[in-house]
Design a protein around this ligand. Structure first.
Ligand SMILES: C[S@@+](CC[C@H](N)C(=O)[O-])C[C@H]1O[C@@H](n2cnc3c(N)ncnc32)[C@H](O)[C@@H]1O
Length: 212
């Protein structure tokens, strides 16, 4: 199945997207104490995760390449009196972002990409996360049966994607919470199976090494 493109996401945001549950994903809430400092939310959608961390006092920047999603995220921030930056940006252009963050979250973006785009995305993430910073990533799991929804990801693929310049600290099974009517129709009780990976940025493989 081809990877979804921007127009697929624009159509989904014209209605109510299955993942747009009006609150942060429970797996990220459970890890909140570890998601510290300045936080980048990659593929933030309408901003529920970003705004949750903004509410905890983190300095948050969320980006998405769908303008309507970012419009809604900004509107929610204003309505809730929360401070967060929301940008329209393609994740494959992350290498052009000059800022460096302490933490990054990816809730449902990594599993969107085909293999080539995935490599480019991970390289971009490496350029915007400080050495020692952590990425918290929630993606569809290969333990979820069927083909409905995004591409399934295995532990092995996660390990391979972050093999150089990163240390995979943990990969735990969890679930995505999605809108109830979609979950009942297309996935098992509890929502689709997911992996929650914590990956630490170790070094820039392109940086010159010191001999001393
Ligand atoms: C499954 S949704 C998750 C949205 C949000 N993280 C959430 O949990 O509600 C994936 C998001 O990634 C965005 N996206 C997909 N490809 C992207 C890209 N190349 N650059 C930026 N955003 C992208 C989509 O527009 C969509 O909002």
């Amino acid at each position: 199945m081809p990877a979804p493109d921007r127009s697929n996401f624009e159509s989904l945001y014209a209605g109510q997207a299955p993942w747009d549950i009006g609150k942060p994903q429970p797996a990220l809430v459970a890890a909140a104490e570890r998601i510290t400092g300045s936080v980048l939310d990659a593929g933030c959608g309408t901003g529920e995760n970003a705004l949750y961390f903004a509410g905890l006092g983190r300095k948050v920047t969320g980006f998405d390449y769908v303008e309507e999603a970012i419009r809604r995220a900004r509107q929610k921030a204003a309505e809730r009196g929360l401070l967060a930056s929301f940008l329209v940006l393609d994740a494959l252009a992350l290498g052009e972002v000059p800022e460096v963050f302490d933490s990054a979250i990816d809730c449902g973006l990594f599993h969107v990409f085909d293999d080539d785009a995935r490599r480019k995305y991970v390289a971009g993430l490496a350029s915007v996360l400080r050495t020692g910073g952590r990425l918290f990533l929630l993606c569809f799991s290969d333990e979820e049966p069927g083909t409905q929804g995004p591409r399934r990801i295995s532990r092995q693929e996660l390990a391979e994607a972050f093999a150089v310049g990163w240390q995979v600290e943990s990969i735990e099974p969890t679930r995505f919470e999605i809108r109830a009517e979609v979950a009942d129709l297309e996935f098992g009780p509890g929502g689709p199976k997911a992996w929650f990976a914590v990956v630490r940025r170790t070094e820039n493989p392109q940086a010159p090494r010191s001999n001393g």
